[in-house]
Design a protein around this ligand. Structure first.
Ligand code: 17E
Ligand code: FE2
Length: 430
């Protein structure tokens, strides 16, 4: 009889920034053994006595909690080029192309693309996903499909579904009704798009209404907020005000906030204090922000990304998302969260050692905080969800785009990937 179902020997465990006692973990990456029984982490120790039915030698490699994809649109994933390619590269041409694709959505079409995308993500170590789903489509086809997918995949990936009114909550008289139907069908998170409402006033009203519904229905909030280069787009301050008044900041998230990168510092500095009072979460989508924004600039050309470094320095929770995988907004995309964090390092000037580590935290612990996950991370008693990377530490993992060699979900090996091997046929190296 084995003592454990699975033991992982000698991995560098990537621990939470803060221990259970609330103090910083002095060593974030101690070399330890991990014992798993059933679907739980039941023991963590330097040299765990006893044996496992299955044993994996991590050989000093990084053992991390799974990646968290905190912002993706699964309903439009894998539709790039349908019915046409986004030639201007703008957000608004993307919205137009998606409007042309929407009438041909079927439940099977959405399910097939969503599950294929989730599999690509899971084999690369993503086990928690928040997906936006467009609910300004009259039949709610994509929503029905993704609610079914949430159940179908629950054994191998945790999916949060978010109602996203792509065409504006008040952009069409029917949209607010569709949105309320979406709430009653059981979405986890309420979305919005205040900068795309027809007027500034409608934008403010949409934020206030969504916060009211979220409080009434006990749901999380995550709005596409100020996804534009316009420095006059100031819905983030409305979100902060609503979060302070309802006292629900940690349950609310501002996604994109690219206009924050265009605010002048006088306003931005005042806003930062309000954000700290509000305790909102932030999501940047660096692959998309750097490509969709700045399109109306010549030179100097803005980066079009929110103030990731300053938000992090200010103690606010930041996570990162892919946003798109081969869709009307972005024809590229791998699902690999190391690509996302690497782009953040570059676009946000996060090249300092602690800054790069922070970007790794944004795709793990930060994402878990945004999604309000309970029991996430490498601690005894938590679900046995973890990944092993072919790298010694997070910075090496980011630099090398390390292979995620083993993905473990609820104590079972879900996926294994061999690192690439090169055969050298050139001049012999002495
Ligand atoms: N819709 C939107 O409004 N903004 C985005 N970045 C995407 C869809 C991907
Ligand atoms: Fe988005």
């Amino acid at each position: 009889m084995s003592d454990f179902d699975l033991v992982i020997r000698g991995g560098g465990l990537w621990l939470a920034p803060l221990g259970g006692d609330g103090y910083a973990n002095a060593d974030r990456s101690p070399v330890m053994d991990v014992g798993i029984r059933g679907d739980r982490l039941v023991a963590i120790a330097p040299q765990l006595p006893g044996t496992g039915r299955v044993e994996i030698d991590a050989g000093g490699k990084l053992v991390s909690p799974p990646f968290v994809e905190s912002h993706i649109h699964l309903d439009s994933a894998l539709t790039a080029g349908q019915p046409r390619v986004n030639e201007s590269g703008t957000l608004f041409e993307g919205i137009q192309i998606w409007a042309e694709r929407k009438p041909s959505l079927t439940v099977e079409d959405v399910e097939e693309r969503a599950i294929a995308t989730l599999k690509t993500q899971a084999q690369q170590g993503v086990l928690y996903v928040r997906s936006h789903v467009d609910v300004s489509e009259p039949n709610l086809t994509a929503l029905r499909a993704l609610l079914a997918v949430r159940e179908a995949v629950q054994d191998w990936i945790t999916l949060q579904i978010l109602a996203f009114p792509q065409d504006g909550l008040y952009g069409d008289p029917r949209n607010a009704e569709l949105y309320q139907e979406a709430i009653s069908l059981g979405v986890d998170v309420l979305g919005g798009i205040p900068h795309y409402e027809l007027t500034r006033e409608a934008g403010v009203q949409s934020v206030e209404q969504i916060f009211n519904w979220a409080v009434q229905k006990d749901r999380l909030i995550d709005l596409h907020c100020d996804e534009i280069d316009d420095p006059q787009s100031r819905f983030l301050e409305v979100m902060a005000a609503c979060a302070i008044r309802h006292d629900i900041g940690p349950r609310a998230t501002a996604s994109h906030t690219t206009a924050f990168g265009s605010y002048e510092n006088g306003y931005a500095n005042k806003l930062m204090g309000f954000l700290q009072r509000a305790k909102l979460n932030f999501i940047a989508n660096p692959l998309i922000n750097i490509t969709l924004q700045g399109r109306t600039d010549t030179y100097p050309k803005r980066r079009g990304i929110t103030r990731v470094k300053e938000l992090w320095q200010g103690g606010l929770n930041v996570s990162l998302g892919h946003d798109c995988i081969q869709d009307p907004w972005y024809s590229l995309g791998t699902g690999n969260m190391l690509d996302v964090a690497s782009m953040a390092i570059h676009c946000c000037h996060m090249t300092g050692q602690q800054e790069m580590v922070a970007c790794y935290d944004m795709i793990t612990y930060g994402g878990a905080q945004t999604l309000q996950l309970q029991n996430y991370g490498l601690a005894v008693g938590n679900p046995a969800d973890l990944i092993i990377l072919d790298a010694a530490d997070p910075i090496a993992a980011l630099r090398q785009r390390a292979t995620i060699t083993t993905v473990i979900r609820r104590g079972k090996i879900l996926a294994e990937t061999q690192p690439a091997v090169t055969a050298w046929h050139g001049i012999p190296i002495p």
